[in-house]
Design a binder for this molecule. Structure first.
Ligand code: AMP
Length: 223
């Protein structure tokens, strides 16, 4: 099964995607995490990717598609994948459809997490992530605090703020979202694949509740 996670930066795609990955037993692939793992390495590709990420701009389609297709050909993706942050442009979505079709596969559902801009900004600037890339646990200084300040509950590594989680960069990322990525909801709606979860931070709906709601929908519609 292939699930695409759509939504603004900081809407919870990663957290909910990882929960779905655990309960459905399908690998979770975050394009942002994949890019950050390249940008940690020295070399031309890493530097190129970094130059886009730090400014809050999208990595060009050709490079994004090349790296994501390479990742999707790895053996852990043979039963499908939860795609978090990819596709982000209509061209990426069309190319992904063709790539999967050639293997007799397809996207089964696109889940959109819908959270208002003001809540996105306040959530992102309070986000902290585990510096250990193999762990990558995500925290929030208000809603999901670590037990010991600055330390990951799961692996004990230091928590850091992502370089692109500043107010200025988030505003640029939201601009990109409206100009480019927002079109994807329509793209998947036309194929009757879109499932939207609208929520706000006051509603007390946790990521766990959202993952559960999506799982119930999947059980009803396709499992
Ligand atoms: P994320 O971790 O999903 O918030 O992504 C972090 C950054 O990686 C984004 O702001 C973009 O610069 C880049 N990125 C992630 N996924 C894509 C994509 N599908 N296409 C282009 N750029 C991307």
């Amino acid at each position: 099964m292939y699930i695409v996670m759509l939504g603004k930066p900081g809407s919870g795609k990663g957290t909910v995607g990882k929960m779905l990955s655990e309960s459905l037993g399908i690998v979770h692939i975050s394009s942002g995490e994949l890019f950050r793992s390249y940008s940690k390495k020295t070399g031309k590709i890493g530097e190129e990717i970094d130059s886009y990420i730090v400014k809050g701009n999208l990595v060009p389609d050709n490079l994004t598609i090349e790296l994501l297709e390479k990742r999707l050909l790895e053996t852990d993706c043979k039963n499908g994948a939860i795609l978090d942050g990819f596709p982000r442009t209509v061209l990426q979505a069309q190319t992904l459809d063709t790539f999967l079709q050639k293997q007799g596969k397809k996207i089964n559902i696109a889940v959109e997490l819908d959270l208002a801009d003001q809540e996105i900004i306040s959530r992102i600037v309070k986000r902290r992530v585990c510096s250990n890339m193999d762990c990558g646990e995500v925290y929030n200084l208000e809603f999901k605090k670590p037990k010991v300040e600055g330390i990951c509950d799961k692996c004990g590594s230091k928590l850091i703020q992502r370089e692109d989680d500043t107010i200025e960069t988030v505003q640029q990322r939201l601009k990109n979202y409206y100009e480019t990525s927002a079109k994807l909801a329509e793209y998947y709606k036309k194929q009757d694949l879109l499932y939207t979860v609208k929520f706000n931070l006051q509603s007390n709906k946790t990521s766990k509740d959202i993952a559960q709601e999506i799982k119930e929908y999947l059980n009803k519609e396709m499992l």
